[in-house]
Design a protein. Structure first.
Length: 174
């Protein structure tokens, strides 16, 4: 059996799991991170506690709710059949959800650190703003990636549900 970390860095036949984050959309996430870091009119502590930590809670709730649906779908015989035709097998479905949850938890942890005021206390003076803006850009980059992964959890679950229904229909018709 392949472990999550081996799947994430090496892969199970369809390439490393980390590759799922490295696509064209990465440029958009970087641009959003840079953009928000340059126009942010408040401190990271205020952004974290006032907006992004509550928003992250919504992301986590949404992802875990849909992830629960995905887990139920993954246990069906139809998805088990489908996974035999996917390069990398069943692990590709299973660990893709886990990777999304990992990204959400990393983002939440970074924003929690920001909400505690740690970054603002490390760089309190304007002369160190370049480093502060870099950290700000990284945090907003992760926020953007988190939004995307939450959407992918929903989209992946719905796609799997439609596939399961299609396979079930084929079995009853044929």
């Amino acid at each position: 059996m392949i472990t999550f970390w081996k799947w994430f860095f090496v892969g199970s036949g369809a390439g490393p799991g980390i590759r799922r984050f490295l696509d064209f959309w990465l440029l958009l996430h970087i641009a959003l991170g840079v953009g928000f870091s340059l126009i942010l009119p408040i401190t990271l502590e205020k952004a974290g506690t006032g907006l992004l930590l509550p928003l992250a809670g919504i992301f986590i709730g949404l992802s875990f709710a849909w992830g629960g649906n995905a887990q139920a779908l993954l246990q069906t015989k139809e998805i088990s059949k489908l996974s035999k035709f996917r390069k990398g097998g069943f692990e590709e479905y299973l660990y893709s959800y886990q990777a999304a949850i990992l990204l959400i938890l990393v983002s939440l942890s970074l924003w929690a650190i920001a909400g505690l005021g740690i970054f603002d206390s490390v760089w309190p003076t304007p002369c160190l703003r370049t480093e502060y803006r870099l950290v700000s850009g990284i945090l907003f980059f992760f926020a953007s990636m988190t939004l995307r992964e939450c959407w992918h959890v929903v989209l992946g679950t719905q796609t799997m549900l439609l596939a399961r229904l299609k396979i079930e229909d084929e079995a009853t018709d044929g």
